[in-house]
Ligand binder design. Sequence first.
Ligand code: SF4
Length: 402
Amino acid sequence: MSGPCSEHRHRRAFLRTTAAAGAALTAAPGWAQQPRADAMPKIVLGRTGQSVSRLGMGTSWTVQPSFVQAAIFAGVSYIDTAEGYENGNSEKTVGEVLERTGKRKDVFLVTKNSSYRKDGSPRVFADKLEASLQRLKTDYVDAYYLHGLTGEQIPMLFDDGVRQAFEALKRQKKIRFAGLSCHDARLVEVVEAAAKCGWIDQIMIQYNFRTMHADALRRAVDAASKANLGLVAMKTQGGAEAVSLDDARKARQLSGFLDKGFSAPQAAIKAVLADERFQVVVSEMTNRQHLRENMGAVIAPLTPKEARLLEEHRQRTAQLYCHGCGHLCEPAAGGSVAIAETLRYLRYHDVYGKRRRARELYAMLPPAARDFAQADLRAAEQACPHGVQLVALMDRAGRVLS
Ligand code: SF4
């Protein structure tokens, strides 16, 4: 699963722990309050010129219609979905709610095409959009994305056929803006290319307190901001990067903040929104507690205390998270084995519980990318700047994903 995939399970586990910790967190701002639509901050989304809520709703997990409706009535006016989420069912749910509530015009609706990865012809964008529009029960989307663009696919951004396909959809008024999402190891290059290519209006990228301070990413985001792209952050929790359940548990144990009135999920969102180049945070929320907490986060700015505790949390848990920077460890392993992607799929399997999907994605990797026997994983482990124990993790991945 790509896209704003999911801090949900991590967050749920984190919240379970925090709930057990008692009253401290219930005192955190926003937790006990009912969301009020007029409290939701709005912002202009880059060159689209559209006013949207700073909190966006991700739908890569199964979302209940009643909850989608509650989020819209609480002021969430940015909804992100994709043809691939829950095999099209997320689009269907969103479409049914928008039709029933009559709120289509009040929502900035994004969907994404991942079919282009299999069918490289520019026609795939128009063809698949029709099916998305039917599921969404609308005749246009506000933005249409290349879903999960990777570094290898950067040439598509400079391909006249692809650009013309999106421009034709704009002329036909089936889409208003073009965009892409990315959480690839070559994220920096993708962001730079999006800023340069001239026809991408907005991007949604992995951006969180673990990754946002890297110089290369900051420079790329600067370029995107100067090009006035709409900037949307996903995977803002950072904690969703724990590769295995064991690591997720260790991370929670290492986070000794639960008695300090500190909400790490809230602080993580606030940290991203403190970067004024980003307009929207898309969050995977599936219940009203998530909604209340996220609204609290977008309303109140990051405090110095939260910033300090979040940084402490980042330092204590860095080795438990794979950041997806395969360009750092994969060359040391020999260059062909896909460490970052494999660990991402292991995370889907172990932490998100998406076992079948994880195996499917893993099976789609080229054989050489799965040939661990030929790889020097020990050298790769030494090359990992975050101290991830990838030898053991890859061993597990080979067993559970094959
Ligand atoms: S194992 Fe380390 S170097 Fe490799 S992708 Fe993960 S965090 Fe990056």
